[in-house]
Design a protein around this ligand. Sequence first.
Ligand SMILES: [Zn+2]
Length: 308
Amino acid sequence: MLWRGRRQSDNIEDDRSDSGGGIGGGSPGQFRIPIGGRAGGGGSIFLVILVVLAGWYFGFDPSTILGGGDGGLAPGGGGQITDNGGEQDSGAGTPANDEMKQFVATVLAETEDTWTGIFKSQGLTYEDPKLVLFSGQVRSACGFASAAAGPFYCPGDHKVYLDMTFFQQLDQQFGASGEFARAYVVAHEVGHHVQNLTGIMSKFNQMRQGMSEADANQLSVRIELQADCFAGVWAHYTAQKGILEQGDIESALNAAKQIGDDTLQKKTQGYVVPESFNHGTSQQRQTWLARGYKSGKLSDCNTLSGPI
Ligand SMILES: [Zn+2]
């Protein structure tokens, strides 16, 4: 990606010198890119809910959309969307203004420009998220989180949280190298922010509270695949600016493959438990990322109904 010299976002909060201020624990309420999973059963009231959700979303009611932002920190349920792999190593060098930070700030700026334009075309106003760089652990409105949980978006404070050591993990542990693999990670988290602004996320958090774990996982997969599709939409517009290089899209697609639930589970535990999938299989993640990329249309990101 030809990112050097382009605008860098002011919405970066660099908390890498802080240690997060406490003993980290799990943090319910985030939206992650997790690797791990849980187990569960199956369900079908779920399908009905999905249709309702889809109808509601694709009605695209501006008043609902602009109301977003209560965050929907489901009590005891989780609202944070984490997007990660398994373990981590903390403590990579953290020079105050290193190149990777500049890269992330540039990608964030590109997402701001793209989403501002898309929202405007719908008569809406995009509100920029903040992106917090942290090291090791961090406190968010969604609770404490450790870098082990991976990058996440917290709807409660409209912030993306990123420990950039995840990029090394992505490269070395997951086999997803390349700048644009990293850009995809940022764009995916920003996709959750878009879901938050449009009210999708608070609906999701409400809905999953009464669900069995398996149903909640299935719903989570749809939400995550939509964030992948939104990342693809962003990539579509970024390509139109002429700043993508050969191999960029391939490296994002490879990242989507490497962090698919099935691939990760095979890698980490040697077998696959489909009921525990909460981000989607490698194939699903690639498919939705590619779909958003191909058309650049939000209407092609309806992961909430129909087959995925
Ligand atoms: Zn996610």
